[in-house]
Design a binder for this molecule. Structure first.
Ligand code: SAH
Length: 209
């Protein structure tokens, strides 16, 4: 496979950057990131950068995907709601970990393109086009909800759709800076853990920008 060396380079770089969960590294070795970028950008796909996927959106940096996936500590069969399907790459990594993935994308053309690639690669998932800030009540409650775009506030609907002790992973902040944050549901309240500062595209919608 022509990408083998690039994949191994990405994996060792992720280790150097502090990713320690071997299951996450294995999932990222298995999910073919080069399939989730536009034609012509395949050879850059394993570099430590975000790449444009059209409509002003991007496929997240490998490190961003790794740190977010590691933070979720996914167990086989976990129900995960993903807000912002984007390229579909994060969806693929979650599927590689044995999660049942439900994913929502706001921009139709982006969602359709991700669906097509994920199906070609034979991943099992459920998707829809819509405003993910409202969540997806039909399949609730979830073990975790992952928001892959930066939000100004915590969307309350998402907290309601979590299981007890479920996790909401969300970048919170203003347009320039966001802190990747985990909220762990504890009855009607939640505990907050701040992970680190990272840069995301904006979450657009009713409970977004
Ligand atoms: N993990 C993805 C990240 C894509 S960028 C990847 O690596 O490819 C974030 C995506 O969130 C964009 O595609 C954007 O269109 C989408 N988005 C923004 N606001 C949204 C909302 N309210 N509901 C669903 N998707 C949204």
């Amino acid at each position: 496979m022509i990408y083998k060396q690039k994949i191994e380079k990405m994996i060792s770089r992720l280790r150097q950057m502090g990713i320690t969960d071997e299951r996450v590294l294995k999932a990222m070795r298995a999910a073919p990131r080069h399939r989730f970028v536009p034609a012509g950008l395949e050879f850059q796909s394993y570099d430590e950068k975000a790449l444009p996927i059209g409509f002003g959106q991007t496929i997240s940096h490998p490190y961003t995907v790794a740190v977010m996936t590691q933070a979720l500590n996914i167990k086989n069969g976990d129900r995960i709601l993903e807000i912002g399907t984007g390229s579909g790459y994060q969806t693929a990594v979650l599927c590689e970990l044995g999660a049942q993935v439900f994913t929502i994308e706001k921009i139709r053309a982006i969602g359709q393109s991700a669906d097509k690639i994920l199906r070609e690669l034979e991943y099992q998932f459920v998707s829809r086009i819509g405003d993910g800030t409202l969540g997806w009540q039909n399949y609730a409650p979830y073990d975790s909800i992952i928001v892959t775009a930066g939000a100004p506030v915590i969307p309350k609907n998402l907290l309601q759709q979590l299981k007890q002790s479920g996790k909401l992973l969300i970048p919170l902040g203003d347009a320039d800076e966001q802190i990747l944050t985990i909220l762990i549901k504890d009855n009607k309240s939640y505990n907050i853990i701040e992970i680190e500062e990272l840069k995301f595209v904006p979450l657009i919608g009713k409970n977004g920008w």
